[in-house]
Design a protein around this ligand. Sequence first.
Ligand code: NAG
Ligand code: NAG
Ligand code: NAG
Ligand code: NAG
Ligand code: NAG
Ligand code: NAG
Ligand code: NAG
Ligand code: NAG
Ligand code: NAG
Ligand code: NAG
Ligand code: NAG
Ligand code: NAG
Length: 607
Amino acid sequence: MNSLRTQNQMLNCDAGMLYWSCLLSVCLWLRVSSAKADKWTADVPTTVAGLSGSCVVIPCTFHYPATGKTYSTFTGIWHAGNADSKILYHTNPSKISGVFNGRTSLIGDLHHNNCSLKISSLRASDTGQYMFRIEIDQLDKFSYGANKVSIQVKETAVQPNVSVEEELTSGKQVSATCAVSHSCPSDLPQVTWSHQGSSSGPSPPQDHGQWKLTSYNLTFTPSREDHNTRLNCTADFKGKTVTGYKTLKVKYPPYNVKVVTGPPVKENESVTLTCSSDSNPPATSYEWFSLNKTLLAKGSSYQLVKVSRHTEAISCTAVNTEGRNSSDPHHINVLYPPYNVKVVTGPPVKENESVTLTCSSDSNPPATSYEWFSLNKTLSAKGSSYQLMNVSRHTEAISCTAINTEGRNSSDPQKLNMLYPPDIKNESSCQSASSTVCVCIVDSNPPSEVKWFSPDSSKTFLSSRTEIKQSLSIFTLEAWLDFPDTVQCFASNSVGNSSITLKAPQNDMVLYIAVVSAVSVLLVVVGILVYAVRRHCGKRAVRHPAMQFKNADSEMKTTNKFDVETEEEKCCDEDVYTNSPDNNVYSNWGCEGNSPSSDNTLEDESV
Ligand SMILES: *[C@@H]1O[C@H](CO)[C@@H](O)[C@H](O)[C@H]1NC(C)=O
Ligand SMILES: *[C@@H]1O[C@H](CO)[C@@H](O)[C@H](O)[C@H]1NC(C)=O
Ligand SMILES: *[C@@H]1O[C@H](CO)[C@@H](O)[C@H](O)[C@H]1NC(C)=O
Ligand SMILES: *[C@@H]1O[C@H](CO)[C@@H](O)[C@H](O)[C@H]1NC(C)=O
Ligand SMILES: *[C@@H]1O[C@H](CO)[C@@H](O)[C@H](O)[C@H]1NC(C)=O
Ligand SMILES: *[C@@H]1O[C@H](CO)[C@@H](O)[C@H](O)[C@H]1NC(C)=O
Ligand SMILES: *[C@@H]1O[C@H](CO)[C@@H](O)[C@H](O)[C@H]1NC(C)=O
Ligand SMILES: *[C@@H]1O[C@H](CO)[C@@H](O)[C@H](O)[C@H]1NC(C)=O
Ligand SMILES: *[C@@H]1O[C@H](CO)[C@@H](O)[C@H](O)[C@H]1NC(C)=O
Ligand SMILES: *[C@@H]1O[C@H](CO)[C@@H](O)[C@H](O)[C@H]1NC(C)=O
Ligand SMILES: *[C@@H]1O[C@H](CO)[C@@H](O)[C@H](O)[C@H]1NC(C)=O
Ligand SMILES: *[C@@H]1O[C@H](CO)[C@@H](O)[C@H](O)[C@H]1NC(C)=O
């Protein structure tokens, strides 16, 4: 019944409302509240758009003829503008059509002429025209049929708009804004940014046609990596997402600066280096530096006329408007034949063991093959290592040759580092000249120590000189006095020991000294005897015999005996010397070849 009446009234009103509507548009919104206050008018947008699933608000104000009375009881109704007369909203909730049940609320206050309606969880079926109706107790009822609002339901939201400065600088903080279009301020989407930063928002909604625009800000610091990437702003409307983006343009100083060379170059050839870098804007100039930071050249490429294996690493620096950056020092890949070729013998080996030799060399590229040669240049083997079975100290020196793509080179011949016990050479001997010199020649590895012993080992002697010639050690013992007939050379090293007994020929000088000593002793004895005889013979002079000191031992002894006898015989014949026996020795020496007159002279002196 009620709905029928409403419709009737609505139809009645239509003609009048059209007139008012036209008047309003002619007046161009010259809103004079007093002029409106006494007419049945409503202000609503003609269209309200909403996102399916979201909510929408129909802003609405209504007016009725004022009679100076105040009314307190209002019934607000929103109903469809077509024949089916669905009721969106009613002050009495039980009158609301089932499809809108619980989804609509009058957010405006009717006492303040505010008829704004909010529809939640919009559905596509909500699309249509609606109008407001007011029933004022003790006044009248009116449907604002001239102020219909059309609700549009969109299935997808509009892409947000992202705005940010056209050209950013890496490391410099900026703000980006994301404008999100929506229909319902109380049901804002969840907005997320693709970049780290501090976000703010939402801003108060602004009208944007049938939509509202809310903006969100992101304050962030762009980096080199952000260049040419999208800054995404994603608005999530209860699971329905829309993403807007802006491609960032970030200026940054050179990065990843590299010296670029082509394929490896042969030694003594020329090479051109280029400098590559990643920067925005592109690098405008380049500089080339040696290891010691000396500027070598400028320009994007650098030519080295003659490279060698010793060519130092070179770095380049790229410069753009934002700054500069340098590459790591770059070593040019220079190809050269092997050098410093060496036979690596490893730890020392013992005789009769086997040994594996390896060949080392410096080359670029690394040596790919090796050859092994004996001293007479005969090829013995190929391969990076060479095994020798049952080696001995006589095993010949071996050399290796390293070969790469650039050439070949050989090592010096290498003797094995072999451990063996002392072998005393038969050239060891003793010789006498002014002194006795014994030489002990020992072949051993490691070098031996030598001790010298007397035959009964009671005495040891120290080498006076040691000389090492390759594997031979030459020990020299030099002795003057008290030297035995034979001497033992005892040599030892960590592997073993050996000894030899050497005959020591008697030394003339030693004999000479021995004789002089013996004669001295003898003469003392003779002196004593003479003294005794003189005391016995009274004042008679003594004539002395000659002595042959140069003679051999036995001879000398004979002479001595003879002399003593002679002396005894002759002691009483002459009485030349009367002084101390010490003089006698000298007198004897002189006595031999002297004339009697000399004797007299001596006699005179002594008297
Ligand atoms: C009507 O009420 C709504 C909700 O309270 C409010 O947002 C709107 O500004 C009001 N309209 C006017 C014209 O006061
Ligand atoms: C984004 O910008 C375009 C062009 O400037 C405009 O047509 C569109 O309505 C804007 N969208 C929003 C959500 O602001
Ligand atoms: C931005 O969104 C696009 C697709 O819309 C995606 O490919 C890209 O990875 C996103 N960017 C970031 C930084 O998340
Ligand atoms: C976003 O930043 C602009 C200036 O960049 C500022 O005017 C605006 O108020 C900010 N909006 C929010 C939601 O912080
Ligand atoms: C220079 O580049 C390297 C990487 O190539 C980077 O790690 C370094 O931070 C850069 N230096 C400057 C000052 O940009
Ligand atoms: C390069 O030249 C130097 C000197 O002229 C020479 O010693 C060297 O062997 C050459 N290197 C090569 C691979 O030819
Ligand atoms: C630095 O090295 C270059 C060649 O590498 C050399 O010519 C120059 O003398 C060096 N300068 C200093 C200061 O060591
Ligand atoms: C072989 O190497 C030595 C240094 O080990 C070098 O002096 C010589 O020039 C090299 N020979 C060749 C042909 O490269
Ligand atoms: C090696 O063998 C030979 C003969 O078998 C032998 O005379 C020699 O003493 C051995 N050398 C060592 C250090 O064992
Ligand atoms: C070279 O010496 C090796 C062993 O050192 C020997 O086997 C070879 O017969 C010798 N060749 C010549 C030609 O002398
Ligand atoms: C090692 O060689 C020597 C001769 O050079 C030989 O007398 C000895 O038997 C060999 N030893 C072994 C274990 O082959
Ligand atoms: C040393 O011995 C070798 C044989 O081992 C022999 O030929 C040489 O004649 C000897 N030399 C001496 C001085 O005895």
